[in-house]
Design a protein around this ligand. Structure first.
Ligand code: APR
Length: 277
């Protein structure tokens, strides 16, 4: 009946008509979209997901942009660009790495991560392409995770390229050094650096091949990661966004946006999918 009433009708009119306690257009839309997403997932053969910092917010890791974002507090060109790292590794270590290490070391997967792992368990999703460097998809149980921007789990020597597990790096001395004397750096992609070749190649291939891409918790403003939903769409896939806010993909590339937090939305989608599978 609600869909019979034209969408132009505003909340206020409908509340007057049906009374506030009986109606919340957003809630109805959300339920419809959750059902749609579950049906689309049930019908899909090759599902993939592109994720961003938003999926880890509920694990206590701040995003980069928007309210409480890291780039609200620090200039990314001052602490996350390769030139800044080469120019003053101690400064980058003191801010970026110390801030990040303490949070990433203690963070655990939330229902958003667990929902994607569940989709893999159900045989629906094979690969997660993530812009995150926190390792939480693997910790949640996903077995094929492309770390598009590298990882924070490892540090690499800038002289001899020897690798060290971050959890074992002694950061009492900043910047920490390799046994060769070289300075260690996170094995993550800094601005001004190339995306790891294999990650880029595989992600393009998977975006090309998939028939449904879930885009979860990314502002979709950083390239070339934000190109993956475009490749998927151009090759006939459905693109479903999960984000509390609209992004440049919304209405342009994504078929629909489910407005909500990753944990809550993934829980509802899985519940609906289990009912219809
Ligand atoms: N669940 C899902 N999404 C959320 C949630 C939530 N609970 N809360 C916020 N978001 C959304 C925001 O609306 C925003 O669109 O998550 C997005 C986070 O955007 P960014 O902070 O820009 O993160 P991301 O898109 O991953 O950034 C891309 O930029 O700084 C570089 O290398 C860094 O990988 C990063 C890249």
């Amino acid at each position: 009946m609600i869909w019979f009433l034209s969408c132009e009708t505003s909340d206020r009119h409908l509340n007057t008509f049906l009374g506030p306690q009986q109606f919340d257009l957003n809630e109805v839309n959300m339920k419809e979209l959750i059902k749609q997403a579950a049906e689309d997932l049930a019908a899909a053969g090759k599902v993939t997901a592109l994720t961003g910092a938003g999926i880890s917010i509920e694990s206590g890791i701040p995003p980069f942009r928007g309210k409480g974002g890291l780039w609200e507090r620090f200039d990314p060109m001052e602490i996350a660009h390769i030139d800044a790292l080469m120019r003053d590794p101690a400064k980058v270590w003191t801010i970026l790495v110390k801030e990040m290490k303490e949070i990433v070391d203690t963070a655990v997967p939330n229902d958003g991560h667990k929902g994607l792992a569940k989709l893999e368990e159900m045989g629906k999703l094979k690969t997660v392409i993530t812009q995150n460097i926190d390792g939480l998809h693997q910790a949640a149980g996903n077995t094929d995770v492309i770390e598009f921007h590298g990882t924070f789990a490892w540090q690499r020597c800038m002289d001899c390229s020897r690798e060290y597990e971050t959890s074992k790096v002694d950061i009492s001395e900043i910047p920490p050094r390799c046994s060769c004397g070289g300075i260690l750096r996170p094995d993550a992609v800094f601005f001004g650096e190339m995306i790891p070749q294999e990650a880029l190649w595989r992600s393009r291939q998977i975006a090309f091949d998939c028939d449904l891409m879930l885009v979860v918790g990314t502002s979709a403003v950083v390239q070339p990661a934000a190109l993956m939903p475009v490749i998927a769409k151009e090759n006939g896939a459905k693109v479903v966004e999960i984000n509390p806010e609209r992004t440049p993909l919304t209405d342009e590339i994504s078929d629909y946006l489910i407005t909500g937090g990753a944990g809550d939305v993934m829980n509802q989608i899985i519940e609906k999918l289990e009912q219809i599978s």
